[in-house]
Design a protein around this ligand. Structure first.
Ligand code: ZN
Length: 105
């Protein structure tokens, strides 16, 4: 389990950044609207961009949480398909990888 301590640290740091960013995006999306219609149209456009950012962020948060759970459960680094260990180099490049390079799509 300790062999993935560095990856775990990186994932936790990344998760913290993403959670902060997502909170900021959500606050921005929920802010009060009290402008004329032209500004509202511009804001709606901005919100669309923010929502797309948010969606990508949420997917990454899910992937990171999944990886952290696997580290805690002791199943991290094991291919979900063939059950062989995933090469450390692959995990360093792709910390959320669930499959080894042979089983990857
Ligand atoms: Zn495999």
């Amino acid at each position: 389990m300790t062999q993935y301590a560095d990856i775990q640290k990186d994932l936790e740091a990344r998760l913290e950044i993403l959670l902060k960013r997502t909170t900021k995006v959500e606050k921005s999306l929920r802010r009060e609207r009290d402008h004329d219609s032209q500004e509202r149209a511009q804001e709606a456009e901005n919100d669309e961009v923010l929502e797309r950012l948010d969606e990508g962020g949420l997917k990454e948060i899910d992937a990171i949480e999944g990886a952290l759970n696997r580290i805690k459960a002791g199943t991290y680094g094991i291919c979900a398909s063939c059950r062989e260990p995933i090469a450390v180099g692959r995990l360093e490049a792709l910390p959320f990888a669930r499959t080894c390079i042979d089983c990857a799509d």
